[in-house]
Ligand binder design. Sequence first.
Ligand code: 5AD
Length: 482
Amino acid sequence: MPGVSRYYLETFGCQMNVHDSDRMGEVLRAHGWTAVNSPDDAELVVFNTCSVREKAEQKLRSEVGKLAPLKAARPELVIAVAGCVAQQEGEKLLKRVSHLDLVIGPDNIPELPKLVQEQLAGAPPRARTEFDLVETSFLSASPDAGRKPSSAMVTTMKGCDERCSFCIVPYTRGPERYRPAAEIVNEVAKWVATGAQEVLLLGQTVDSYRDASLPPPASDDPDESQFPSLLRLIAREVPGLKRLRYTSPHPRHATESLARAHAEVGILAHHIHLPVQSGSNRMLKRMIRRYTREEFVVRARRLLAAQPDMTMSTDIIVGFPGETDEDFEATLSLVQEVGFTALFGFKYSPRPYTPALRLVDDVPEAVKAERLARLFATIDLQGNAHLARLVGRQEEVLFEGVSKTDNNMGLKRRFQGRTIRNEIVHVLVPSEFDLTNVMATATITRANKHSLEGDLDPGTVALLPRTSRASSRSLPLIVGNP
Ligand code: 5AD
């Protein structure tokens, strides 16, 4: 259809990918493209991909494969693969998938409209996967053009200088590069001006942050970074910001000054996601994590002590090469010792270009599955006990919008929000009210398996904005007694 440029964009993987997809949408829309909900209606299909674990990469391959008939029927359709699989495979991907037109790495997003235009004009398939090592840039968000979320993501650094033996990220995202603090503060302020009440700072090792404009690190310990200073700067410079989170920190930089920032910066979430990967020193060494179990426990306890109701979640890999029953028992006991309230658990899968490829993937699949099941049983006990303890308490909830489980029928609607510790809370309100981007106090009435139910008090409900289907309100609102 001449004159019409419609794109379909699908995102796999982590929050960084969601963030990159938002930026891709913005650059495309700035060049006259419009989003659609199905590849069938699009002139351009973009898959933003993840390769951190084998399963994620397999899923991508099957999704791209499914488009072969569409491409055969409409050869002018442009199919692009972006993100980590793109960066990892580059030209090779074009050779392997014959109906693919474009492969574009995370640092090449600004070039997307131009590259697509070339494809539409008949250029041969192309791969662009250059890291911006010389002139590093961070694509700024344009909140006015895109979504207006209650919680916005802001990139603070990219890449990773750790060399964890299992991990492909240093290969797909390149070396660490830090965004200037002033640019970060500006973007946070921009989001707050458009209505966001919470900001999530993003980086592969978000707490290794450095910037010459900030006060020097608290000590000459090489693990000490300027991340705590960045948190303080944001809180000071953007007084309208209500909540500040970050992901993912590396335990190496979870120093005493970070714990102090948690105790002193009022808007910091009472939750931290601190990936530990294993509780066995033997495995931690083989994983090249650069801390021992004992060091992790000290750092975790120090952070947990910074706030009376602080919680911690983590990432764990089971079945890493050479992991014995004893090593795995050490992981289970660490989960109990630290008292994590949630975790993401993964079976080890060998990744290309990683040092661990030299180790034999010798833990049988059935053993990996059994260990993962035991890990989940352990965390479910702890997570459920934690949620049960919250029943009866009053919590400040930042509501994101209508719950996924709302059936959009009847006199009440179900809205979903998060507590300061990131637990999900659902409430029911009469359907004429809109809780989107409202911060309100809810009394927790019930604990589900992975979320909470709550009630707003009737006085609060009366103050809520009314649903207006024509325009979506984005102004922040605080009701009740925050
Ligand atoms: N196999 C399994 N899990 C992995 N992760 C990273 N690489 C691998 C791998 N090769 C997990 C880690 C990390 C999370 C994002 O993914 O737990 O923290």
